[in-house]
Ligand binder design. Structure first.
Ligand SMILES: Nc1ncnc2c1ncn2[C@@H]1O[C@H](COP(=O)(O)OP(=O)(O)OP(=O)(O)O)[C@@H](O)[C@H]1O
Ligand SMILES: [Mg+2]
Length: 289
């Protein structure tokens, strides 16, 4: 917990285990920021060391004006400056370690973020070279055993031309593993419980190919989503609010083609709901009450 709550400690920890990360410098003052931008180049990403999620507490810096604005928003909170990584895609791995020290890994997952929020995950990640899986599993092995970790842990990576850079880790079940409820022999949730209870871990193998879409800000009509073959909807019972994760839909298929087709239909349903919602809001704001 202590390591993963602090982005600086976390990246230093990864580097200490020989896991490659984006270049970074600690930032405690305006002059640290200026020096960091010089050494790392631009663009760069300034992040608070603690309490960030869904892209909150992060600023992309391209210009001096960006740097001034980011520094002002930071409000003297300890930060880290990272080189901006021009990644090909984002990948994550979910790993679980039992009390007896046995480890299992789920397949690598391909993630797409929009505005810093996870939008979509696909498992197994398409076009997976064996070297990607071995890099991710080696990193997971090193981290879990170094921490004598028990339970599920997720690691997020940037894939840069087949090289994995460690972005961050989460000592818990992870949004990018929600597909495993229907898409794996044993879900990440069940394996976490098995691990902490000291029970035997379940198999982490995939059942077909899976995709998960987060339902963010609005909930589309559930019965429309469920008409898509292989779709399963999970709602969290939260009040709608822009940018809030209200639920997710997972879809399972036998092949990648079939998955893409089903995913396309789900995305259309979600997009039309978002449009509907935006039109409704525009109408409300333009009508004097
Ligand atoms: N150094 C970087 N270079 C390029 N993109 C980045 C960088 N750091 C973060 N991002 C983008 O912003 C997203 C969110 O960043 P990060 O995972 O560090 O923060 P977070 O707010 O903790 O997210 P989470 O919701 O996973 O907790 C990343 O998934 C990635 O898309
Ligand atoms: Mg993240």
């Amino acid at each position: 917990m202590k390591v993963s709550q602090d982005r600086l400690a976390e990246k230093q920890f990864a580097q200490g285990l020989g896991i490659e990360t984006p270049a970074f410098v600690p930032v405690g003052s305006r002059s640290d920021l200026a020096a960091g931008l010089k050494s790392l180049g631009r663009p760069a990403v300034l992040k608070t060391r603690r309490f960030g999620y869904d892209g909150r507490g992060q600023w992309l810096i391209r210009t001096d004006a960006d740097a001034d604005a980011a520094w002002a928003s930071l409000n003297h909170v300890p930060a880290i400056l990272e080189a901006f990584v021009p990644f090909d895609r984002e990948l994550s791995i979910i790993a679980v370690r039992s009390r007896q020290g046995l480890m299992r890994c789920y397949s690598l997952i391909e993630n797409r973020h929009e505005g810093g929020i996870l939008r979509q995950s696909i498992a197994p990640a398409p076009n997976l070279a064996a070297t990607l899986t071995s890099q991710a599993e080696a990193a997971a092995q090193a981290i879990l055993s170094e921490l004598s970790y028990v339970g599920v842990l997720a690691i997020e990576f940037f894939d840069v031309g087949g090289r994995l850079l460690f972005n961050e880790m989460a000592p818990r079940v992870h949004n990018s593993g929600h597909w495993s409820i229907e898409g794996a022999v044993t879900s990440q949730f069940e394996n976490h419980l098995r691990a902490i209870l000291g029970w035997e871990l379940g198999e982490a193998a995939n059942r077909g190919v899976s995709a998960m879409l987060n339902l963010i800000g609005t909930t589309p009509p559930v019965e429309q989503l469920l008409r898509v073959p292989g779709a399963h909807v999970h709602l969290y019972g939260k009040a709608p609010r822009p940018g809030r994760k209200l639920g997710h839909v997972t879809v399972i298929a036998e092949s990648n083609d079939e998955l893409q087709q089903r995913l396309g239909t789900l995305r259309e349903i979600i997009a039309s709901q978002d449009l509907h919602q935006a039109a409704h809001q525009a109408e409300q704001t333009s009508t004097p009450s």
